[in-house]
Design a protein around this ligand. Structure first.
Ligand code: ATP
Length: 322
């Protein structure tokens, strides 16, 4: 293998730049030409490709977003779109492709390798932490810390006004951002798609908290359940305690990556290039029990999330937040 390409696809995540940097510099250190592909699969089909050097990735490890830009492409979902992409890859002499993104991007990479002679490796870049095969995705830790910062501020004002504060966070169908930020932020209640919750019990806990002298009540709500405004309104109606909703939104996708995300991205980026150098294809890299691992893409996407630790964290949050 002489030339590889790297792209970022789907929703952006802090730490993607650190991953790009690791791919470029590991590639160059191993004698490869590394091509940067802009705007994900869309830019790939349009030939938005340039050669990267060590200095193309200078001064980006600390930056959120992605210097390669990200996009979603409906055309790439079609065999014709992927044929177009392959033809462009051929023109640029790209034999291996590193795809930084989520499950949709990985599926696209797998199909490209199934249909054409191009090797692909996926790196998990999404704040949602919704890929079962890896304990953490790049960007998750930074998003949790962003939420934590917001919670700390909301706690101040909720305490002053003795209010209930419902905070809706991202994560799509995965409650990890709500769970981790809730535990770290000392939330009274955490509502996530993976665990049942009972509205009457929630209100009872809020009223009991008030009677015990709690000055505020912080509820973390995962977007998979959604409706923070509606929930706050219902809580106020039932408990008589003033309740406010905050939807954090896209702020969670930005910001300088944490040390954890930068280190994870550096390790995964380097491993992805090593796999291509070993001639591997249709693999994804991840971290399990602090060890860098890799799996077949299909196998990885079919895995179920390891729930034991998750359940323990949830139970712990209930005991500590009560
Ligand atoms: P995030 O988790 O941040 O949303 P993602 O990678 O899951 O990231 P998607 O929008 O699902 O984001 O996928 C990104 C791109 O990957 C799509 O726009 C499309 O070009 C390609 N892709 C997704 N699913 C498929 C598929 N089934 N077949 C081919 N290409 C796909």
């Amino acid at each position: 293998m002489r030339t590889i390409g790297v792209l970022t696809s789907g929703g952006d995540a802090p730490g993607m730049n650190a991953a790009i940097r690791a791919v470029v510099r590991t590639g160059i250190a191993n004698g490869l030409r590394v091509m940067g592909i802009q705007r994900g699969y869309s830019g790939l089909m349009n030939g938005e490709i340039f050669e990267m050097t060590r200095s193309s990735v200078s001064d980006i490890i600390q930056r959120g977003g992605t210097i390669l830009k990200s996009a979603r492409s409906a055309e790439f979902r079609t065999p014709e779109g992927r044929k177009k992409a392959y033809n462009v890859l051929k023109v640029f002499g790209i034999e291996g492709l590193v795809v930084i993104g989520g499950d949709g991007s990985f599926t696209g990479a797998k199909l490209l390798s199934d249909e054409w002679d191009i090797k692909t490796v996926g790196i998990p870049g999404t704040i949602d932490n919704d890929l079962a095969y890896t304990d953490y995705t790049i960007g998750f830790d930074t998003a949790v810390n962003t939420v934590l910062d917001a919670i700390n501020k909301l706690r101040d004002t909720s305490t002053s006004h003795e209010r209930v504060s419902v905070v809706e966070v991202m994560g799509r169908h995965c409650g990890d951002i709500a769970l981790y930020a809730g535990l770290a932020g000392g939330a009274e209640s955490i509502i996530i798609p993976e665990e049942d919750y009972n509205f009457d019990e929630l209100c009872k806990t809020i009223i009991e908290g008030k009677v015990k002298g709690k000055l505020h009540n912080l509820i973390l709500l995962a977007e998979g359940i959604g409706g923070a405004e509606e929930l706050a309104k219902k809580i106020e109606e039932v408990t008589g305690i003033e309740s406010r909703a905050t939807v954090l939104g896209h702020i969670q996708r930005g910001g300088s990556p944490t040390a954890f995300d930068r280190i994870l991205a550096s390790r995964l980026g380097a491993r992805a290039v090593e796999l291509l150098l070993e001639g591997k294809s249709k693999r994804v890299v991840g971290i399990r029990d602090n060890k860098i691992v890799d799996f077949d893409i299909t196998e990885a996407l079919e895995m179920e999330k390891r729930r034991d630790d998750h359940k323990k964290l949830y139970e712990l949050s209930k005991i500590l937040g009560y």
